[in-house]
Design a protein around this ligand. Structure first.
Ligand SMILES: Cc1cc2nc3c(=O)[nH]c(=O)nc-3n(C[C@H](O)[C@H](O)[C@H](O)COP(=O)(O)OP(=O)(O)OC[C@H]3O[C@@H](n4cnc5c(N)ncnc54)[C@H](O)[C@@H]3O)c2cc1C
Ligand code: FES
Length: 277
Protein backbone atom coordinates (compact mmCIF):
# COMPACT_ATOMS: atom_id res chain seq x y z
CA UNK A 1 0.00 0.00 0.00
CA UNK A 2 1.22 3.52 -0.81
CA UNK A 3 0.04 6.48 1.23
CA UNK A 4 -1.25 9.63 -0.45
CA UNK A 5 0.73 12.20 1.54
CA UNK A 6 -0.77 15.21 -0.25
CA UNK A 7 -3.49 15.80 -2.84
CA UNK A 8 -4.41 19.11 -4.47
CA UNK A 9 -6.41 20.25 -7.47
CA UNK A 10 -4.19 22.07 -9.97
CA UNK A 11 -6.60 22.61 -12.87
CA UNK A 12 -9.97 21.60 -14.29
CA UNK A 13 -10.01 17.78 -13.90
CA UNK A 14 -6.31 17.70 -13.03
CA UNK A 15 -4.99 16.69 -9.58
CA UNK A 16 -1.50 16.54 -8.15
CA UNK A 17 -0.51 13.79 -5.68
CA UNK A 18 2.50 13.25 -3.47
CA UNK A 19 2.83 9.52 -2.87
CA UNK A 20 5.00 7.80 -0.31
CA UNK A 21 7.64 5.98 -2.39
CA UNK A 22 11.17 6.56 -1.00
CA UNK A 23 12.94 3.94 -3.14
CA UNK A 24 11.31 5.13 -6.38
CA UNK A 25 12.14 8.76 -5.46
CA UNK A 26 15.78 7.81 -5.01
CA UNK A 27 16.07 5.74 -8.19
CA UNK A 28 14.15 7.88 -10.70
CA UNK A 29 15.34 10.37 -13.31
CA UNK A 30 13.41 12.89 -15.45
CA UNK A 31 11.32 11.26 -18.17
CA UNK A 32 10.55 8.05 -16.26
CA UNK A 33 7.17 6.81 -15.14
CA UNK A 34 5.39 4.55 -12.67
CA UNK A 35 2.51 2.11 -13.08
CA UNK A 36 -0.12 2.43 -10.40
CA UNK A 37 -3.02 0.21 -9.30
CA UNK A 38 -5.74 1.69 -7.14
CA UNK A 39 -6.93 -1.63 -5.72
CA UNK A 40 -6.41 -5.35 -6.28
CA UNK A 41 -8.77 -5.43 -9.28
CA UNK A 42 -7.69 -2.03 -10.58
CA UNK A 43 -6.25 -1.59 -14.07
CA UNK A 44 -2.63 -0.58 -14.38
CA UNK A 45 -2.23 3.16 -15.07
CA UNK A 46 1.07 4.54 -16.40
CA UNK A 47 1.86 7.99 -14.96
CA UNK A 48 4.97 10.13 -15.33
CA UNK A 49 7.03 11.04 -12.27
CA UNK A 50 6.63 14.83 -12.30
CA UNK A 51 8.83 15.44 -9.24
CA UNK A 52 10.51 13.70 -6.31
CA UNK A 53 11.48 14.63 -2.76
CA UNK A 54 14.29 12.62 -1.22
CA UNK A 55 13.72 14.38 2.13
CA UNK A 56 10.05 13.42 2.27
CA UNK A 57 10.54 10.11 0.46
CA UNK A 58 7.78 10.99 -2.02
CA UNK A 59 7.13 11.15 -5.73
CA UNK A 60 4.72 13.60 -7.37
CA UNK A 61 2.29 12.57 -10.08
CA UNK A 62 -0.21 14.78 -11.90
CA UNK A 63 -3.35 13.04 -13.10
CA UNK A 64 -5.87 14.21 -15.65
CA UNK A 65 -9.33 12.61 -15.52
CA UNK A 66 -9.43 10.71 -18.84
CA UNK A 67 -11.54 7.61 -18.18
CA UNK A 68 -12.61 5.12 -15.51
CA UNK A 69 -9.40 4.68 -13.51
CA UNK A 70 -8.15 8.27 -13.57
CA UNK A 71 -11.63 9.56 -12.66
CA UNK A 72 -11.87 6.97 -9.84
CA UNK A 73 -8.49 8.12 -8.47
CA UNK A 74 -9.31 11.83 -8.74
CA UNK A 75 -12.82 11.45 -7.25
CA UNK A 76 -12.46 8.74 -4.63
CA UNK A 77 -8.95 8.77 -3.17
CA UNK A 78 -7.99 11.38 -0.61
CA UNK A 79 -5.02 12.62 1.40
CA UNK A 80 -4.08 10.14 4.14
CA UNK A 81 -5.60 7.18 2.26
CA UNK A 82 -3.58 4.62 0.31
CA UNK A 83 -3.48 3.20 -3.18
CA UNK A 84 -2.80 -0.50 -3.65
CA UNK A 85 0.56 -0.52 -5.44
CA UNK A 86 3.08 1.34 -7.50
CA UNK A 87 5.81 -0.06 -9.79
CA UNK A 88 8.75 1.99 -11.01
CA UNK A 89 10.74 3.81 -12.04
CA UNK A 90 10.02 2.50 -15.56
CA UNK A 91 11.19 3.57 -19.00
CA UNK A 92 14.35 5.35 -20.03
CA UNK A 93 15.31 8.75 -18.63
CA UNK A 94 15.46 11.82 -20.89
CA UNK A 95 18.89 12.51 -22.41
CA UNK A 96 20.10 15.52 -20.45
CA UNK A 97 23.13 17.41 -21.80
CA UNK A 98 24.17 21.00 -22.36
CA UNK A 99 22.78 21.50 -25.86
CA UNK A 100 22.63 25.33 -25.81
CA UNK A 101 19.10 26.62 -26.36
CA UNK A 102 16.29 24.10 -25.92
CA UNK A 103 12.50 24.33 -26.20
CA UNK A 104 10.06 22.33 -24.07
CA UNK A 105 6.49 22.12 -25.33
CA UNK A 106 3.82 20.83 -22.94
CA UNK A 107 0.15 20.50 -23.87
CA UNK A 108 -2.62 19.69 -21.37
CA UNK A 109 -1.31 17.28 -18.73
CA UNK A 110 1.96 17.34 -20.70
CA UNK A 111 2.67 20.66 -18.93
CA UNK A 112 3.46 18.71 -15.75
CA UNK A 113 5.49 16.17 -17.67
CA UNK A 114 7.92 18.71 -19.17
CA UNK A 115 8.62 20.19 -15.70
CA UNK A 116 11.31 17.70 -14.49
CA UNK A 117 12.95 17.65 -17.94
CA UNK A 118 13.06 21.47 -18.14
CA UNK A 119 14.57 21.63 -14.65
CA UNK A 120 17.27 19.06 -15.43
CA UNK A 121 18.12 20.75 -18.75
CA UNK A 122 18.43 24.14 -16.99
CA UNK A 123 20.65 22.62 -14.31
CA UNK A 124 22.84 21.22 -17.11
CA UNK A 125 23.39 24.78 -18.39
CA UNK A 126 20.84 25.09 -21.22
CA UNK A 127 18.86 28.21 -22.06
CA UNK A 128 15.34 26.80 -21.55
CA UNK A 129 12.31 28.16 -23.41
CA UNK A 130 9.03 26.53 -22.36
CA UNK A 131 5.82 26.68 -24.37
CA UNK A 132 2.79 25.55 -22.39
CA UNK A 133 -0.70 25.29 -23.79
CA UNK A 134 -4.23 24.23 -22.90
CA UNK A 135 -7.72 24.56 -24.35
CA UNK A 136 -8.59 27.44 -22.02
CA UNK A 137 -7.29 29.39 -18.97
CA UNK A 138 -9.05 27.08 -16.44
CA UNK A 139 -7.12 24.10 -17.83
CA UNK A 140 -3.70 25.73 -17.45
CA UNK A 141 -1.62 24.84 -14.41
CA UNK A 142 1.98 24.73 -13.12
CA UNK A 143 2.70 28.17 -14.67
CA UNK A 144 4.75 29.29 -11.65
CA UNK A 145 6.71 26.07 -11.45
CA UNK A 146 7.47 26.07 -15.18
CA UNK A 147 8.61 29.71 -14.88
CA UNK A 148 11.02 28.76 -12.05
CA UNK A 149 12.86 26.28 -14.30
CA UNK A 150 12.72 28.25 -17.58
CA UNK A 151 14.47 31.32 -18.96
CA UNK A 152 11.37 32.19 -20.98
CA UNK A 153 7.76 30.94 -20.89
CA UNK A 154 5.22 31.26 -23.70
CA UNK A 155 1.59 30.48 -22.82
CA UNK A 156 -1.03 29.56 -25.42
CA UNK A 157 -4.72 28.73 -25.16
CA UNK A 158 -6.93 27.49 -28.00
CA UNK A 159 -9.60 30.10 -27.16
CA UNK A 160 -7.27 32.98 -26.24
CA UNK A 161 -8.54 33.14 -22.60
CA UNK A 162 -4.89 33.25 -21.40
CA UNK A 163 -1.61 33.97 -23.18
CA UNK A 164 -1.64 34.04 -26.96
CA UNK A 165 -4.55 32.52 -28.85
CA UNK A 166 -3.69 29.39 -30.82
CA UNK A 167 -1.80 26.15 -30.48
CA UNK A 168 1.59 25.37 -28.96
CA UNK A 169 2.78 24.41 -32.45
CA UNK A 170 2.05 27.98 -33.70
CA UNK A 171 4.21 29.35 -30.86
CA UNK A 172 6.93 26.82 -31.70
CA UNK A 173 6.95 27.95 -35.35
CA UNK A 174 7.35 31.63 -34.30
CA UNK A 175 10.11 30.66 -31.86
CA UNK A 176 12.05 28.66 -34.46
CA UNK A 177 11.78 31.59 -36.87
CA UNK A 178 13.50 33.90 -34.38
CA UNK A 179 15.81 31.67 -32.28
CA UNK A 180 18.42 29.05 -32.99
CA UNK A 181 17.00 26.13 -30.95
CA UNK A 182 19.27 23.08 -30.78
CA UNK A 183 16.77 20.53 -29.54
CA UNK A 184 13.10 20.45 -28.47
CA UNK A 185 10.80 18.14 -26.52
CA UNK A 186 7.02 17.98 -27.08
CA UNK A 187 4.76 16.11 -24.65
CA UNK A 188 0.98 16.10 -24.94
CA UNK A 189 -1.84 14.80 -27.14
CA UNK A 190 -0.76 12.76 -30.18
CA UNK A 191 -2.03 15.40 -32.62
CA UNK A 192 -0.06 18.14 -30.83
CA UNK A 193 3.16 16.10 -30.98
CA UNK A 194 2.56 15.25 -34.65
CA UNK A 195 2.10 18.90 -35.65
CA UNK A 196 5.10 20.01 -33.53
CA UNK A 197 7.18 17.43 -35.41
CA UNK A 198 5.97 18.84 -38.76
CA UNK A 199 7.04 22.32 -37.59
CA UNK A 200 10.45 21.05 -36.37
CA UNK A 201 10.96 19.43 -39.78
CA UNK A 202 10.32 22.77 -41.53
CA UNK A 203 13.28 24.18 -39.57
CA UNK A 204 15.40 21.02 -39.71
CA UNK A 205 15.70 20.84 -35.92
CA UNK A 206 15.54 17.79 -33.63
CA UNK A 207 12.33 17.17 -31.65
CA UNK A 208 11.81 14.45 -29.04
CA UNK A 209 8.31 13.21 -28.17
CA UNK A 210 7.13 11.11 -25.20
CA UNK A 211 4.60 8.50 -26.29
CA UNK A 212 1.51 7.91 -24.16
CA UNK A 213 0.62 4.54 -25.64
CA UNK A 214 -1.72 2.06 -24.05
CA UNK A 215 0.37 0.04 -21.57
CA UNK A 216 -0.27 -3.03 -19.45
CA UNK A 217 2.81 -4.51 -17.77
CA UNK A 218 5.31 -1.73 -18.58
CA UNK A 219 8.18 -4.22 -18.79
CA UNK A 220 8.23 -5.29 -22.45
CA UNK A 221 6.20 -8.50 -21.97
CA UNK A 222 2.68 -7.83 -23.32
CA UNK A 223 3.27 -5.84 -26.52
CA UNK A 224 0.38 -3.48 -25.68
CA UNK A 225 2.56 -0.41 -26.11
CA UNK A 226 4.06 -1.31 -29.49
CA UNK A 227 4.81 1.59 -31.77
CA UNK A 228 6.31 1.94 -35.21
CA UNK A 229 9.68 3.70 -35.07
CA UNK A 230 11.49 4.17 -38.39
CA UNK A 231 9.45 1.27 -39.79
CA UNK A 232 10.36 -1.11 -36.95
CA UNK A 233 8.30 -2.29 -33.98
CA UNK A 234 9.42 -0.90 -30.65
CA UNK A 235 7.89 -1.03 -27.17
CA UNK A 236 7.27 2.40 -25.66
CA UNK A 237 7.67 1.07 -22.11
CA UNK A 238 11.20 -0.32 -22.45
CA UNK A 239 12.54 1.34 -25.63
CA UNK A 240 10.93 4.72 -24.80
CA UNK A 241 8.82 6.48 -23.77
CA UNK A 242 10.86 9.17 -25.58
CA UNK A 243 11.63 8.81 -29.29
CA UNK A 244 12.78 11.21 -32.02
CA UNK A 245 9.57 12.70 -33.46
CA UNK A 246 10.95 12.19 -36.98
CA UNK A 247 10.92 8.39 -36.45
CA UNK A 248 7.35 8.00 -35.11
CA UNK A 249 4.35 6.80 -37.14
CA UNK A 250 1.85 9.14 -35.45
CA UNK A 251 -1.17 7.95 -37.48
CA UNK A 252 -0.69 4.36 -36.34
CA UNK A 253 -0.15 5.59 -32.75
CA UNK A 254 -3.44 7.54 -32.88
CA UNK A 255 -5.28 4.47 -34.24
CA UNK A 256 -3.83 2.18 -31.56
CA UNK A 257 -4.81 4.46 -28.66
CA UNK A 258 -8.44 4.17 -29.83
CA UNK A 259 -8.67 0.36 -30.13
CA UNK A 260 -10.26 -0.19 -26.71
CA UNK A 261 -12.62 2.81 -26.92
CA UNK A 262 -15.79 0.66 -26.60
CA UNK A 263 -14.47 -1.27 -23.58
CA UNK A 264 -13.24 1.98 -21.98
CA UNK A 265 -16.67 3.58 -22.41
CA UNK A 266 -18.38 0.49 -20.90
CA UNK A 267 -16.02 0.52 -17.89
CA UNK A 268 -16.65 4.24 -17.32
CA UNK A 269 -20.46 3.84 -17.65
CA UNK A 270 -20.44 0.96 -15.13
CA UNK A 271 -18.33 3.02 -12.72
CA UNK A 272 -20.57 6.10 -13.03
CA UNK A 273 -23.72 3.97 -12.64
CA UNK A 274 -22.26 2.49 -9.43
CA UNK A 275 -21.55 6.02 -8.22
CA UNK A 276 -25.13 7.19 -8.74
CA UNK A 277 -26.68 4.24 -6.79
C1 LIG B 1 4.39 6.52 -20.18
C2 LIG B 1 3.07 7.20 -19.90
C3 LIG B 1 3.02 8.25 -19.03
C4 LIG B 1 1.81 8.87 -18.75
N1 LIG B 1 1.80 9.90 -17.85
C5 LIG B 1 0.63 10.47 -17.52
C6 LIG B 1 0.59 11.48 -16.51
O1 LIG B 1 1.61 11.84 -15.92
N2 LIG B 1 -0.60 12.03 -16.21
C7 LIG B 1 -1.77 11.63 -16.84
O2 LIG B 1 -2.84 12.17 -16.50
N3 LIG B 1 -1.77 10.67 -17.79
C8 LIG B 1 -0.61 10.08 -18.13
N4 LIG B 1 -0.60 9.06 -19.05
C9 LIG B 1 -1.87 8.65 -19.66
C10 LIG B 1 -2.66 7.78 -18.65
O3 LIG B 1 -1.94 6.60 -18.40
C11 LIG B 1 -4.05 7.45 -19.23
O4 LIG B 1 -4.80 8.64 -19.30
C12 LIG B 1 -4.80 6.45 -18.35
O5 LIG B 1 -4.17 5.19 -18.38
C13 LIG B 1 -6.21 6.32 -18.85
O6 LIG B 1 -6.87 5.35 -18.04
P1 LIG B 1 -8.40 5.50 -17.68
O7 LIG B 1 -8.92 4.21 -17.17
O8 LIG B 1 -8.62 6.69 -16.81
O9 LIG B 1 -9.04 5.86 -19.06
P2 LIG B 1 -9.48 4.84 -20.19
O10 LIG B 1 -10.95 4.71 -20.15
O11 LIG B 1 -8.64 3.61 -20.16
O12 LIG B 1 -9.10 5.72 -21.44
C14 LIG B 1 -9.65 7.02 -21.63
C15 LIG B 1 -8.97 7.68 -22.78
O13 LIG B 1 -7.56 7.73 -22.55
C16 LIG B 1 -6.87 7.03 -23.58
N5 LIG B 1 -5.85 6.19 -22.95
C17 LIG B 1 -5.99 4.97 -22.40
N6 LIG B 1 -4.81 4.53 -21.92
C18 LIG B 1 -3.93 5.50 -22.23
C19 LIG B 1 -2.57 5.65 -22.02
N7 LIG B 1 -1.82 4.73 -21.43
N8 LIG B 1 -2.02 6.80 -22.45
C20 LIG B 1 -2.73 7.73 -23.07
N9 LIG B 1 -4.02 7.66 -23.27
C21 LIG B 1 -4.60 6.56 -22.87
C22 LIG B 1 -7.88 6.15 -24.28
O14 LIG B 1 -7.56 5.98 -25.65
C23 LIG B 1 -9.16 6.92 -24.11
O15 LIG B 1 -9.30 7.89 -25.11
C24 LIG B 1 0.61 8.43 -19.38
C25 LIG B 1 0.67 7.36 -20.27
C26 LIG B 1 1.88 6.74 -20.53
C27 LIG B 1 1.95 5.60 -21.47
S1 FES C 1 3.39 -2.23 -21.74
FE1 FES C 1 3.58 -4.33 -22.19
S2 FES C 1 5.20 -4.39 -23.60
FE2 FES C 1 5.10 -2.31 -23.05
Amino acid sequence: MRKIVKKSKVGDGVWEYELEAPLIAEASDPGQFVILRLHEKGERIPLTIADTSLEEGTITIVVQSAGKSTIELNQEYFEGEAIHDLAGPLGNPSEIEDYGTVALIGGGVGIALIYPIARALREAGNHVISIIGAQSADKLFFQDRIAEVSDEVIVTTDDGSAGREGFTSDALRDLLESENVEKSWAIGPVMMMKVCQEVAEEFDTELIVSLNTIMVDGTGMCGGCRVNINGETRFACVDGPEFPGSAVDFDLLAQRTEIYEEEEECALDEFLEGESK
